[in-house]
Write a new protein. Sequence first.
Length: 331
Amino acid sequence: MDFSQLIKQKANRWHKVIGLLIVLLIVVSIAYISIGQIFIFPFSHLNGIDKTLLLELRLPRLVATILIGAALAVSGAVLQVLLGNVLAEPGVLGISGGASLMMVIVLFFLPFWATPLGFTLSAILGALIFTSILVFMAKMMRFTTARLLLVGVALGILTSAVITWAFYFSDNMSLRQLLFWLMGSVSGMTWNQLALGVVMLPFIIWLCLQGNVLDRLMLGEIHATQLGVNVHTVRWKLIMSISIIVGGAVALGGVIGFVGLVVPHLVRLALGTENKYLLPTSAISGGLLLVIADLIARTSIGAGELPLGVVTTTLGSPVFIWMLIKNYDSN
C-alpha cells in the first residue's frame, strides 16, 4: 500500500466515523425529546399539551445542549493545539470561570446592564481576558505543561471563590437560583435565548475549518510561518473565536466542565491527530455527549433535576485523572 492509498484509507475511516456519529446524534436526540415525565413520540399525532411541551421546552433545550457541547469540544481541541497542552480545556483552565465571573460582576455592580445581551458580552469579555492570560503565559513565559495547568486551575478556583462569596452574602433568592444555573443547566431554555446560538454557530463552523492551519501550527511557529501562516494574526483570530463561543456557552448553560477535555482527547486517541477531521468529529461528539449527559441530568431523580455540570464532571473526572497520570511531567 503506497502513501496516497494510506491517506485515502484514513480519510475514509474518518468519514465513516463522522457519519456514524451523526446517526447516533439523531437517534439520541429523538430519545431526548421523547423521554421525560411525560413520554412523547414526536412522529405521532400530538395534542396541545404534548406539542407545547415538545416545541417550547424540550426542543430548544436539545438545540442548546448540542450547541454548547459542540462549542466546548471544539474550543478544547483548538486550545490543546494553541497551548501545546493536551490537558487544555475551557473549564479546567479557568476560561469558563472567567466568563461566569464577569457575568456576576455585571449582575452585582452594573445591574442596568443585566440583560441577555449584557450577560453575553460580559461572558465573552471574561473568556477573552482569561484566554489571553493563558496564551501569554504559554508563549512568552514558556511555562511547562504542569505549571500552565496549575495556573489555569488556580484561576478557576479563584473565580469560583469570588462567585461563591458574592452569592453567599446575597439575600436575593433569584441570585441563589443563578448560582445553581452557573453549576451548569439548560433548564428553562427558550427560543429567544437561543438567538445567541446564531452568533455562536458561525464561529464554531469557522473553527472546524481551521484544521490545516492548526496542523501547521503543531509543527512550530517557525515552520508554520515558512508554510505561509501568519502566526500572530491566526492566533488572535483563534483566541477571539474561542472566547466568543465559550462566553456564549457559559451565557446559555453556565459552567459545564470536562467536555472540551475528554472529547478531543478520546477522539485523538481513537482516530488520530489530523485536525481537519478531528475538529468536526469533536464538535459532533461534544454535542452527542452533552445530550446524553443532560438526559441523565433531567431524568435520573424523578421530579427533580441534577445540574448538568455535575453530570459532566462526574463523567469526566476519571478520564482527567487518567490523563494527568499518563501525561505526568516531573519538571
